[in-house]
Design a protein around this ligand. Structure first.
Ligand code: F6R
Length: 258
């Protein structure tokens, strides 16, 4: 596991964007897995500044709410359009988001899983982590080999995402999410995390047992994981966070110390 500890959230964006830019330069037709939520926003902003030719890039969002009407501003399709497709000048026809407004969301989920495989699989999957250890919308209890499917959101996740809606009751209760098994098939996982409120769960995910209780613990099963964390999120991960005070970027390769 490759590990970067940086001073703040903006720096997580700069580091992660540098990693993505290198992939895109070496493989102009790369397939990117796109997270939404707050954590990857500095990444997309920093990647835009690289002004790369993105015309060959293909993108797949991690997840989408079920039940929001098409065009709803907080649907992930709209977030991806605003924050990713437009910012990075990606061809919208090459960026897919699960069809949360489909009449048959289960069928749409299976088709989405198949579309990722048909595109040759994901080269780099950008990930955030939820306070309960979810990755994408794989809530605790999700099978480690799960595929893209319809899931219920926990109350904790709905509360965390209520900040994006005018009322907590407006947060949908269901979603389509890439499965943990689907995510594990990506060739590289790039976890971006910032904030003291993520310190405990990041520590549990990377240093605790691999268990369905903490879906993000699947990162320990993948051969190519890069974690980019700010100092506050990395506070419980051992010596790297201490040395980050004097060194702007700490790079460690190998197991995370506890
Ligand atoms: C978003 C997603 C979620 C978020 C997670 C963290 O597509 O799949 O797993 O990454 O909820 O959200 P933030 O970054 O807002 O703290």
């Amino acid at each position: 596991m490759e590990f970067f500890v940086v001073p703040d959230a903006a720096s997580t964006g700069a580091i992660a964007a540098g990693i993505l830019a290198a992939v895109i330069r070496s493989k102009p037709e790369a397939v990117l897995g796109l997270a939404t939520g707050g954590s990857p926003l500095p990444v997309y902003a920093a990647l835009a500044a690289h002004r790369l030719d993105m015309s060959g890039i293909r993108g797949f969002a991690l997840d989408e709410y079920v039940g929001l009407p098409a065009g709803h501003p907080q649907s992930y399709a709209e977030v991806i359009r605003r924050e990713v497709t437009e910012r990075l000048h990606l061809d919208p026809a090459r960026v897919s988001v699960p069809a949360g407004a489909a009449v048959d969301p289960e069928r749409a989920a299976a088709a989405y899983d198949a579309a990722i495989a048909q595109a040759g699989g994901i080269d780099v999957q950008i990930l955030g982590i939820g306070h309960n250890g979810h990755v994408a919308f794989n809530e605790p209890g999700s099978a480690l080999d799960s595929r893209t499917r319809v899931e219920a959101l926990t109350e904790r996740t709905r509360q965390a995402n209520a900040r994006y809606f005018s009322s907590p009751d407006d947060v949908p209760g269901r979603c389509i999410t890439q499965g943990l098994g689907t995510i594990l098939e990506a060739r590289q996982l790039l976890l971006v995390v910032s904030g003291a409120d993520k310190a405990d769960i990041l520590h549990t995910a990377l240093s605790g047992p691999v268990t369905t209780d903490c879906p993000a613990s699947i990162l320990q099963l993948h051969p190519h994981v890069t974690v980019v964390a700010d100092e506050t999120a990395a506070a419980r991960l051992g010596s790297a966070s201490a040395s980050a005070e004097t060194t702007p970027v700490t790079v460690r390769t190998g197991a995370v110390g506890v």
